[in-house]
Design a protein. Sequence first.
Length: 502
Amino acid sequence: MDFWQRYRAIDARDTRFDGQFYTAVRTTGIYCRPSCPARTPKADNVTFYETSAAAHDAGYRACKRCLPEAVPGTPAWNVRSDIAGRAMRLINDGVINRDGVEGLAARLGYSSRQLNRILSHELGAGPLSLARASRAQTARTLLVSTGMKVSDIAFAAGFSSVRQFNETIGEVFAMTPSALRATARHHRSPAATTALTLNLPYREPFDPGVFDFLAVRAIHGIEEGTSSSYARTLKLTHGDARFRVDYDAGAAGRPLVLTIGAVDLRDLAALLSRVRRLLDLDADPVAIDAALAADPRLAATVARTPGMRMPGAVDPQELLIRAMIGQQITVAAARTALVQLSVAGSASLVPDDGLHRLFPTAAQIAETGFELLRGPQRRIDSVRGAAAAMASGDLDFGYGDDVHGLEAKLLPLAGVGPWTVGYVAMRVIGAPDVFLANDAAVRNGIRSLAQNPDGALTTDFREVSPWRSYATMHLWRAAAAAQAAARAPSPAQKQTPKKAKP
């Protein structure tokens, strides 16, 4: 977007752009979200920034009226496959908190000096400033949503000391932590509770079908899912975690509520980031739906289910194993195989009713877990080989990769083809423009939707680029609906009484 496109967005107070850029006003020294209800500033006094960190570094403070940190993240970090986009995915996952700037730079294949120069040029702020802004956002969320002690919030958000936390909150929000907590607009979970409850911001519309997608693939003992909720256990850097997300379409604001049953506070920021990725909460559904609806084959399904989300992954290694086991078989068959494999996983240290096991690690699968798999020996050997490569560190991939990087790392593996790489790219890094042309369900979905009588449209849906991953989601859903309709008895069959057995 150019300057005037952004200016028109803030003049219209368009909520779709909240989190996608920030408006700094020189005469007031503050920065706002695009939908801020304050009077639109004169264009001569406005500077737009890609990130809140860039506005911080330029000397601006967050608006107390519109709370620009309380918005969904920008979808650009998934759309962009450049160094800046890859770096932001890793920063949001807490890599700087765990490994420092040197660790971030090493993952991206640059020196820390080069990385600082690239990010400063592209985003207006270096990696430390970007990480600081991410910590401030996490801290604000915890202050207004929970009754946690301020000292606990400081370390949970990734700050190295309470003093650093207090200074950052004061610089960013021009308020003390206590004053910021007093701005809470929602009920806070009490300090004495063992669980944390947070509202997850997202851009509307939101299609809850992502819960159905996760539910039919849920592994007993590790995951639970319904059409409006999802829960699971998870192994993070510092310990076991357990969370649940509930969607209430009938409540005011249609909230998405995250309940964290257990987590080491040092892992909290990473958990929040991964849950958001899992449910694709930083997507811009209006822009995506507008592009998809322009294709006559997709127009009807987009109109029926606006706000389709692309499910992500909370563990890249786990997702690769699931993809390898699930390729070329049905979802039900893959789920059965994964339930068998799950026995190799460890018992969770933070169990709850129905959730008592962790998905097996790569090492556990390589050592004994592969023996639990059934089917072609070649596939079993491929799964074991991939698990061994991940366990040894020879195969290292994750949120900081791009599609080409994943291809280079995964295609040399036995049993991994273009479908597997595309599926991993969709769910691990949120790649928005993957089209799984050879997927049987995709082909079935195309047949079930509007036809292309004149042959003017391409078979790979390039007309809707860069959102073909979302087109794939619509096609999968169309195929599942057609299959369910085919299995359902006809009205005549329902009315015909059954004959009594002699």
